[in-house]
Design a protein around this ligand. Structure first.
Ligand code: FAD
Length: 407
């Protein structure tokens, strides 16, 4: 609300008495009527103006700002603002394409994949578009910065056949640049695709910009810079994720002829499920941790087993010998790269939080609403963990029984 700006000179001139004497004289009683200033508020009249007519019990619409004269000035201020849907950025006709071939293990972009998409956006700029070429379906490409998405449905086990398929797709899409994550699988795929396409690969880039790519060499004593070429792989944790508005990740209509794939030397491929109880903490996908707020460690262990998670702990429990040292999460324990971290009775000391900085989702149970762990969590339960654990176990047992009944 704006109010009239006071003009003290004009106000003073307005109350000056034309006395004819040399010394100026003023009528102070007329001050309220002088120019400038603002009328006094009348809260009673304003409140009466906000009253909703017809109701037995007085009800007030506080969304209305009513002046003393009963005039409704604004209805907008207190109205709950409907949450605006995030605007999806659309690049209708990109001048060129930058392709990203993510690992996307399990159909989800990894943290590293997102960084590669961030790098691709830096190369694409405003004119270009980013296309994700994934082996099998992959979610959340739009928020990570993809304008287009091309799914290669043949997620073959043979790396040579995968490379042949990716190379065939890239030949049709014909992007200006192609980026891979410099990971175990991504780095291998990038090299195979480079051989197939007969193009050099600028591997392990730590700086990705339209002006050039930079990578370390000779034990980091040398920094190599090159203009962005066709193929490059991006080092982990070197480039920031895309932080802009979500993109549309529109399916790219590409007709890919059935490829003549190279004969595979692999006779069979079988996925071996890892045992979450024994998998190293640094590789675990889902970690459930106990802190000093947990007294019933038997129930905790049952819960970890029922959730098919990897057990973790805060340093206090490891120091006390209640949990093995290798389960310690944190700066002086293991730094996690888990998709989900479930913290039970952990305060969230800075040293502990350093260990979960890379976790995508954090769930915390703590009796203290103001605990740092609750602040860090995306989902927080402010309850006694001793009560939450058996309740969760009951729920899981019930679900397992229902699933058994249906099958
Ligand atoms: C050099 C250094 C390195 C360290 N490195 C690590 C490390 O790597 N990892 C690590 O974890 N720590 C580390 N620490 C220790 C760290 O500072 C904390 O002391 C420790 O993390 C605290 O553990 P905690 O949260 O389990 O216990 P506490 O701080 O005692 O917190 C217990 C929490 O449980 C809650 N609680 C209590 N009862 C219940 C209940 N019934 N239900 C639910 N919640 C409840 C409380 O509200 C509290 O928030 C380090 C410390 C130093 C000095």
């Amino acid at each position: 609300m704006t109010r009239t700006r006071r003009d003290p000179r004009a106000e003073r001139a307005a109350i000056r008495i034309a006395s004819g004497t040399a010394r100026p004289r003023y009528d102070r009683t007329a001050k309220g009527k002088a120019a400038g200033g603002r009328p006094r508020r009348n809260p009673r009249a304003e409140r009466a103006g906000q009253r909703v007519p017809g109701a037995d019990r007085p009800r007030y619409d506080l969304g209305q700002i009513v002046r003393s004269e009963g005039l409704v000035v604004s209805e907008a201020r207190q109205r709950p603002v409907a949450e605006a849907a995030p605007t999806i950025l659309v690049v209708e006709d990109p001048a060129f394409l930058v392709a990203v071939v993510p690992d996307a293990a399990g159909g989800r972009l990894s943290a590293h994949d997102r960084q590669v998409l961030g790098a691709a956006r830096a190369l694409a700029g405003r004119e270009g578009g980013v296309v994700v070429v994934s082996l099998g379906p992959c979610g959340d490409c739009g928020p990570a910065g993809a304008d287009r998405h091309f799914v290669l449905d043949e997620a073959r086990a043979d790396p040579d056949q995968r490379a042949a398929r990716v190379a065939a797709a890239l030949a049709v899409i014909s992007p200006r640049h192609v980026l891979f994550p410099e990971s175990l699988d991504g780095g291998d795929l990038a090299r195979r695709v480079a051989v197939r396409m007969g193009a050099p690969l600028f591997d392990n880039a730590e700086v990705v910009a339209a002006t050039g790519l930079v990578r370390p060499a000779r034990g980091r004593r040398v920094e190599q810079r090159a203009a962005p070429g066709l193929l490059a792989s991006v080092a982990p944790d070197a480039v920031a994720d895309y932080a802009g508005a979500p993109r549309e990740a529109r399916p790219l209509p590409v007709d890919l002829a059935p490829a003549t794939l190279p004969a595979s030397a692999i006779l069979s491929a079988e996925r071996i499920p890892a045992d979450p109880a024994t998998v190293p903490l640094s590789l675990a996908e889902f970690v459930v941790s106990a802190g000093n707020g947990i007294h019933d460690l038997d129930t905790f262990r049952q819960l970890v087993a029922a959730l098919h998670a990897t057990p973790g702990a805060s340093r206090v429990l490891c120091d006390a010998g209640l949990m093995p040292r290798q389960s310690q999460v944190g700066a002086s324990g293991t730094v996690l790269a888990a998709t989900c971290y479930f913290a039970l009775g952990i305060s969230g000391a800075p040293q502990h939080l350093q260990g979960v900085a890379g976790c995508e989702h954090v769930v915390a149970v703590n009796t203290d609403l103001h605990a740092a762990m609750i602040e860090r969590a995306g989902l927080a339960v402010v309850k006694d963990a001793q009560a939450v654990m058996p309740a969760l176990l009951r729920l899981l047992a019930q679900e397992a029984q229902e699933a058994g009944d249906h099958s």
